[in-house]
Write a protein that binds this ligand. Structure first.
Ligand code: ARG
Length: 252
């Protein structure tokens, strides 16, 4: 009887061990041997992440691959809406979010951020014939932002919900501005420059900076194992100049 019991126990243990393995499609980080990391992003944000042909390209895409190499993991990209990034990390469907994401105190309540890897400035873009010349002129104007971004949060706070028009991607905001539906867009400086450069005669970028920020990678709260690996890799590519090399390729 005792033998039978211990046999049953060992079978149970084996079953338990096997079912602890990873189901495909789920993010893997809790074990040392993780070989694949899922990075969620929103590839509507040139030069940080965008699609070229069918491929994901941009600073974050290249930096994430390089970081993956450093920590011995293959990085797989999951392209989703910007305002779904944090929930996707907290639910564990992705291991980390990298999307030109600004570190904010509010976001820190939901995710942990790595060391920062880039700085950015929220910038105001207006149609080239606009009379808007400074941030104060934005009062009462219709401002386009990408939904859930810091541009959205700041503009909603400063100019009121009714004056903010939210788009799933900021290029749609630029189109709306071109057709006269809205008066301005607020977006990160390098993205503003990138989009304006495709259609330089239609827009101008105001000189006054709206807000300064820093980008970092977000991981699930408490995932210190991954956080530490990412931090180490970020520090390394900063010192080695590898980060700068990628940035310089995309930002002239
Ligand atoms: N830096 C801004 C933020 O964190 C905008 C980021 C938008 N990124 C993107 N991939 N669409 O809110």
């Amino acid at each position: 009887m005792k033998k039978l019991l211990s046999l049953c126990l060992s079978i149970l243990m084996i079953v338990g061990l096997v079912s602890c393995g990873n189901k495909t499609g789920n993010a893997v980080t809790s074990n040392e041997t993780a070989k694949k990391l899922i990075m969620c992003t929103n590839a509507e944000f040139p030069p940080y992440e965008y699609k070229d042909g069918g491929n994901f390209v941009g600073i974050d895409v290249e930096v994430s691959k390089l970081i993956g190499e450093k920590i011995g993991a293959e990085v797989e990209i999951l392209d989703i809406a910007f305002d779904s990034l944090i929930p996707t990390v907290t639910s564990g469907k992705a291991d980390f979010a990298m999307a030109g994401m600004t570190v904010t105190e509010d976001r820190k309540e939901f995710v942990d951020f790595t060391h920062t890897y880039q700085t950015a400035v929220q910038t105001v873009v207006v149609p080239s014939n606009s009379s808007i010349a400074s941030i104060d002129d934005l009062n009462g104007k219709k401002i386009g932002v990408q939904q859930g971004t810091t541009g959205d949060i700041y503009c909603t706070g400063d100019y009121g919900d009714a004056n903010v028009e939210r788009f799933p991607k900021i290029v749609d905001g630029f189109q709306a501005m071109k057709s006269g539906r809205i008066d301005a867009c607020v977006v990160d400086d390098e993205v503003a420059k990138n989009i304006v450069s495709q259609d330089a005669s239609s827009y101008k970028i105001l000189d006054t900076a709206y807000a300064e920020e820093e980008y970092a990678i977000a991981v699930k709260k408490g995932n210190t194992e991954l956080l530490e690996k990412l931090n180490k890799a970020i520090d390394e590519i900063k010192t080695s100049g590898e980060l700068k090399k990628i940035v310089d390729k995309y930002i002239k």
